[in-house]
Design a protein around this ligand. Sequence first.
Ligand SMILES: CC(C)(COP(=O)(O)OP(=O)(O)OC[C@H]1O[C@@H](n2cnc3c(N)ncnc32)[C@H](O)[C@@H]1OP(=O)(O)O)[C@@H](O)C(=O)NCCC(=O)NCCS
Length: 375
Amino acid sequence: MSPTPDFDESLFAEDCMTAEPSVRLRRLTPADAPAIAGLLGDIAVSRNLGRVPHPYTLADAEAWLAGLVADRSGLRAAISVDGALAGVVSLTPAAGALGLGYWLGAPYSGRGIGTLAIRSFVDFAFATTRIGVVEAAHMVDNPASGRVLAKAGFRPYGAMRARSLARRETVEHVTCRLRRADWAETLPIIETDRLTLRTPTMADAEETARLAADRPIGLSTAQTPALGALDEARGFVLRAARDPRPANLRLLMRLKESGALVGTVGWRAGEAGVVDLGFWLGVDHRGRGLMTEAARAALEAAFQTGGVRAVRTTCRAADWASRQVIIRCGFQWEGSGLVRPATGGPVAADRFRLDRETFQSFREWTPAAFRAFGG
Ligand SMILES: CC(C)(COP(=O)(O)OP(=O)(O)OC[C@H]1O[C@@H](n2cnc3c(N)ncnc32)[C@H](O)[C@@H]1OP(=O)(O)O)[C@@H](O)C(=O)NCCC(=O)NCCS
C-alpha cells in the first residue's frame, strides 16, 4: 500500500498513553524548541540519526517545528516523561514508504522508555490510520535501536547506506519493516463459541457508526460509547488506541459465522485494582445470549490481567436485559444511584461488583480462548 499522505492533525489532540503512566505521546508545540535543541545538541544522540546536524541549535529546532505546521504528510509526537519532553517519534514519507524515526535524549536512554514509546506510537498509527506498512532503518553500530524495533515487531529485511549529517559520513544501515497484517497478529483477541472479539481500528469506524445509528442499546455503563455518527465512532477507535492496554481494553464483537459486527465489550481502569466493564449490543442481535457470552469472556480476560481484584459495572435501573447479562456473569448488586451517560441527563442506575474470588467460584462456563494482553 502506498503511504498515506494526509494525517489527521487531531490524532494527537489528546495524549496517547503508554503502559507506564509517566510516559506519554503528545502533540509537539513551538514551546518544545529549547528542550529539543538541548537534547539533540548532544552528539551521542545525533550521531545515530540521519538528518540532524551537529552542532544543533535552538534556531534549528524552531525551524523544524515551524515546518511541521500544516504539514500533514507525516505524524509526529513528543515523547513526554513526567511532563518533560524526552524525545520525538515520527512517521514521515521516505523513499516511497512511511519511515519511522525516533530519538530520546541521553538522560532518558536505556530505561525502557524507547520500547514503550515506539510500541505505543506504532500501535496508535496502525489503529487510527489506514497505513499498510511502516519502514525503519538503524545504523549497524546502534544495536539498541535494532532491539527496540524488534520488540515492536519489526523484522530486518535488508541493508542500505545513508548519510549522517552529524557524523559527516555515509553509514551502513539495517532496514526493517512492520506490515499491518503482522501488527494485527499482535493484538489481543478473544474467541468464544460464536464470537471473535478484537480491538477496533479506523477501518471499523463506518460499520460501528452504522450499527449504533439506531441507538438501540439501553445498556448504560461507564464506558458505553455514545455512538451513532461517524465522528463518534472515530472517537471510540481513538480512545481505544490512546488508553493503555491491558489496564483498558475495548473490543469489537463480530460473529464468527458471518463476520458481522454486533457490539462492543471492554473495560476501563477504575480505582487501583478495579476495572469498569462496559458492553453494548446492536438491536438486531439481542435475545440470543451473545452479550452474556462476550461479557463472560471479557471478564476472564480482565481477571487474567495482572492486579485486577474486582470488576464493576452499571446498568439503568429499568434495563432488564442488561441486568440479566450482569447477573449471569456473577455480579453482585452494590447499590443504586444516578449516573450520567455519555449523552442526555442523569438516569437511575444500579451498580454491581464482582470480586476475583467470587468470579472464580461462580464460573461454570467453558473458558474462552485468549491471545496476548501484554502491551
Ligand atoms: C535507540 C533508542 C530510541 C532506544 O531507546 P531506549 O529507551 O534507550 O531503549 P530501551 O531501554 O527501551 O531498550 C533498549 C534495548 O536495547 C538493548 N541494548 C542496549 N544496548 C545494546 C547493545 N549495545 N547491544 C545490544 N542490545 C542493546 C537493551 O538491553 C534493551 O533491550 P532489552 O529490553 O531486551 O534488554 C534511544 O537509545 C535513542 O534515542 N538513542 C539515540 C538516537 C537513536 O539512536 N535513534 C534511533 C535512530 S534509528
